[in-house]
Ligand binder design. Sequence first.
Ligand SMILES: Nc1ncnc2c1ncn2[C@@H]1O[C@H](COP(=O)(O)OP(=O)(O)O)[C@@H](O)[C@H]1O
Ligand SMILES: [Mg+2]
Length: 317
Amino acid sequence: MLATVERVSIAARARGLTKIYGSGSAVVTALDAIDFDVMEGEFTAIMGPSGSGKSTLMHLMAALDTPTSGDVLIGDTSVSALDDTRLTLLRRERIGFIFQAFNLVPTLTARENIVLPLRIAGKDVDEQWFERIVGVLGLGDRLEHKPTELSGGQQQRVACARALMNRPDIVFGDEPTGNLDSTSAGEVLGFLRRSVDDFNQTVVMVTHDAHAASYADRAVFLADGHIVHELRGATQEDLLAAMSVLYPRTTDPVPPAAATSSLTPPAGPASPASPPPSDDDNPAVYRDGGQAPSQPGPVDDDVPTVERSIARRAMLD
Ligand SMILES: Nc1ncnc2c1ncn2[C@@H]1O[C@H](COP(=O)(O)OP(=O)(O)O)[C@@H](O)[C@H]1O
Ligand SMILES: [Mg+2]
């Protein structure tokens, strides 16, 4: 009799994945020859400070962007070998997306948003699966509401339902709790955790927040386009400790507002240590573990153009 070998399947892999933006003196190596495996049925967090390459890695792994060199495999499918039609099918059928800015269609109800990718693909809605997901997400009495009639947390739960409707091989989230208050963030993270535990969903989430990453099975740390560390089963404290070693400057404790002003010279120059502006370096979000500054506005006014176009490609291709 053959011995039973317990095998963990690889849901996706990056091989020598490199992304270079710009040219000449403006060249930025966002990812530098990354090798990275995503395990099936696991919740993986990709961590790192702003600009470390998290979004670039996720967009490449999710087949939303093309690498400069290297390749991504979804299961055994090499993304670089696919023509546009097959790429569209791969994104539509095998990948789910959750974005920071929800990216719901404002004119559609929650229910219509959730089933939109299936409608576009001309597929039938599995009503049992729909009811199950909507039930777990507590959206049952919100299905006929439009996004503007929903809280941010409810909108992101609708986006979670949409991402899982086609039973994708992998759900990718780029800072999915970045626009949420801590209670709503906890609900979304709890749902992602449950989707892994109950539905054996594979989830990859980009976050710079140790609290969010503590819901994951595995945290992979990026710095300057390299994977520099990895932890399994880490608590928030473990993650914060690792971050304080890996990213000493960006994880300095924030002094209270009063202390800040007393430490800041009144007429001093702007701090040279300030990171460049980006979608995810709001210090309140970065340092206190998930406090959102305010409710986001209507999606179309609020979403950066690049994210909007990526979201559109992910949803509507
Ligand atoms: N479209 C782009 N054009 C030029 N540079 C970019 C572009 N997108 C990202 N970058 C640069 O690549 C690096 C990694 O960015 P990104 O993947 O967005 O990091 P993160 O998500 O960790 O903040 C940064 O230096 C960023 O400025
Ligand atoms: Mg990012």
